[in-house]
Write a protein that binds this ligand. Structure first.
Ligand SMILES: [Zn+2]
Length: 320
């Protein structure tokens, strides 16, 4: 995909107010553009009801150190989307990897909203937030991606960006998911970097070697005749059936039979997977009956006779 000429129609179809800014179909940076997600920013400009889009000119034309356009759309104080570009823009810089967005060229992979507020002593307006959620849901639906493909610049940045300030990006994704699917099933992801929800011994090293990783890094360990499991803790909302998915980066040097252990209502179940293949995506381990409560629920064990490093990256539970 070289451009997204459908953007204006998709936004209007979602009930978002749109102002088309000039020759948006032909205003873009040279280079590749094949978007898989949406990135939220704030402009760091102070907007108001009487000056609703102070950063619009810079977003269209750029600044001395960075050529425009600087985003596909600017979201003004009133929640109006000013559509600037149908192609590649200088908004994301390098991605360090965040959720399902891999490390790489952020301007190739991401459509950017510059939400016009200063982010220091001014929050996003309610109108900006509502329009940005609606727009993100509509664009991700068009791209065939789920809400996890909505990210904030502070999540993907490799240079310490802080935008967008004053919002919880997990709540943002939940709001986008709700907009996309009505009432979504409960789902939760625990990554090896999720605070308080992942535990592994020091025998598990940390690596960011594979670009197929979920988030910034993952854990690895040699197989041994002892479990020494890496545990994923989930707060399961109610007893019921849950689909368990795992994400690992694949490599010829990884384990051909890595054991995942699921602690079900009727005891532990083990599912072995080949981590030499099908990396960089969610793979379903099965559907299991789980009890309610906050506990270690899924593990990756080192106890396998198969060769290759055992990998522990991310696990997702979804109520079915
Ligand atoms: Zn930004």
């Amino acid at each position: 995909m070289a451009t997204i000429p459908w953007l204006v129609d998709v936004l209007r179809g979602a009930g978002v107010q749109v102002v088309v800014e000039g020759d948006w179909l032909n205003r873009m940076r040279p280079g590749s553009f094949d978007p898989i997600g949406v990135l939220w920013h704030h402009t760091a400009s102070t907007s108001s009801a009487t000056n609703p889009h102070p950063a619009l000119n810079i977003c269209i034309n750029g600044r001395p150190d960075l050529a425009g356009p600087l985003c596909q759309a600017l979201v003004d104080y009133h929640g109006v989307f000013h559509v600037i570009s149908a192609g590649r823009c200088n908004h994301a810089g390098a991605s360090g990897g965040s959720g399902p967005i891999p490390a790489g060229d952020g301007n190739t992979m991401l459509i950017g909203w510059e939400i016009d507020y200063n982010g220091v002593n001014q929050e996003m307006t309610a109108a900006q937030y509502a329009a940005s959620v609606a727009a993100t849901a509509a664009v991700l639906t068009r791209l065939g991606r789920d809400a996890s493909y909505a990210r904030g610049h502070r999540e993907t940045s490799t240079t310490g960006k802080i935008d967008p300030s004053f919002i919880d990006l997990n709540v943002m994704r939940a709001d986008v998911a709700a907009k996309m699917g009505g009432a979504p099933a409960w789902s939760s992801i625990v990554d090896n970097a999720t605070a308080g929800r992942f535990t592994a011994s020091a025998s598990w090293g940390v690596s960011s070697f594979s670009g197929q990783r979920y988030g910034a890094d993952y854990r690895y360990a040699d197989p041994v005749a002892a479990s020494d499991p890496a545990w994923y803790r989930f707060n399961v909302p109610a007893a019921g059936n849950y689909r368990v998915d795992a994400w690992w980066p694949a490599n010829a040097g990884y384990n051909s039979a890595a054991p995942y252990i699921i602690a079900t209502t009727t005891g532990n179940r083990t599912v072995s997977v080949d981590q030499r293949a099908t990396g960089g995506q969610w793979r379903t381990l099965g559907t299991f009956a789980l009890p309610a409560g906050d506990a270690n629920r899924v593990a990756v064990s080192r106890w396998t006779t198969a060769a290759g490093l055992v990998i522990a990256d991310a696990v997702r539970l979804t109520r079915v």
